[in-house]
Design a protein around this ligand. Structure first.
Ligand code: ATP
Length: 237
């Protein structure tokens, strides 16, 4: 069982403190959705977990190990994968090359090949298109590629930033299926979303950030959840 925990994490950009108290938990085999208005600090929080922004106070731990001192690549090796918003893939590279870029130096070639085969099994559309350039894929297929590229590092924790953004409604359902499948396979998933209904359909727990602070945390089935979300989205600046 791996668990990612954030306790009163503060982080930002240089001297700018964007997040002052991100407190949340993601257990293995579950999805925690991080919601909040534009600019609430959701992406900044994910970046801090991935090691791209410094945690200036509070702590993020994975199975009790403090992530703070670890650079981004060591966090990746510890099992944290980050799928950034906007499908950050190499558009001029083939599907296969993009997947290979997801493997890392410490991984054995045999394990890399095994994971590549697993990805093609899980995403047959990518297998069929392995020799195509990523730019030739549809938006939904590019999102699948971005997720597959993260999964090929064999992570325990997946940080997903707005995976439904910009996708046609029919494709959004496929992304939801992928998230549910990964959850059943035991991944701990931290999902940042603007699309509240999408997030609630995927989530076990929901955390709401407002102006960089956690203002609500509860089960996705809690009766008070929708009211809490409504209040956070309407709150005065
Ligand atoms: P969105 O859904 O709009 O991405 P968010 O909740 O993910 O919202 P963040 O992207 O974390 O919000 O941004 C929070 C604040 O941090 C915003 O006020 C934004 O202007 C600021 N910010 C984001 N990136 C940077 C940066 N590179 N340098 C300085 N400030 C930044």
């Amino acid at each position: 069982m791996s668990t990612l925990e954030l306790r009163q994490v503060a982080c930002g950009y240089g001297d700018l403190r964007v997040v002052t108290d991100a407190t949340l938990e993601v257990e293995a085999g579950s999805v925690t959705a991080l919601l909040g208005r534009n600019g609430a600090g959701k992406t900044t929080t994910l970046r801090a977990v991935a090691g791209l922004n410094k945690i200036t106070s509070g702590a993020a731990t994975l199975d009790g190990t403090d992530l703070g001192p670890l650079p981004a690549y060591r966090r990746a090796r510890a099992g944290i994968a980050y799928v950034q918003e906007g499908k950050r893939i190499f558009r001029s590279r083939t599907v296969e090359e993009n997947l290979l870029l997801g493997t890392y130096a410490g991984q054995s070639t045999a394990r890399g090949r095994e994971l590549m085969a697993q990805m093609y099994e899980r995403f047959p559309l990518l297998a069929e298109r392995r020799k195509l350039r990523a730019a030739q894929l549809s938006g939904g297929q590019q999102q699948m590629l971005a997720i597959a590229q993260a999964l090929i590092a064999d992570p325990r924790v997946l940080l997903l930033d707005e995976p439904s953004a910009g996708l046609a409604p029919a494709i959004v359902g496929q992304v939801l299926d992928v998230i549910r499948d990964l959850r059943t396979r035991g991944l701990a998933i931290l999902l940042v979303e603007q699309a509240v209904e999408f997030a609630l359909a995927a989530a076990d727990r929901v955390v709401v950030l407002n102006l960089g602070r956690t203002v609500y945390s509860g089960q996705a089935t809690d009766p008070g959840l929708r009211e809490a979300i409504r209040r956070a989205y309407m709150a005065e600046e």
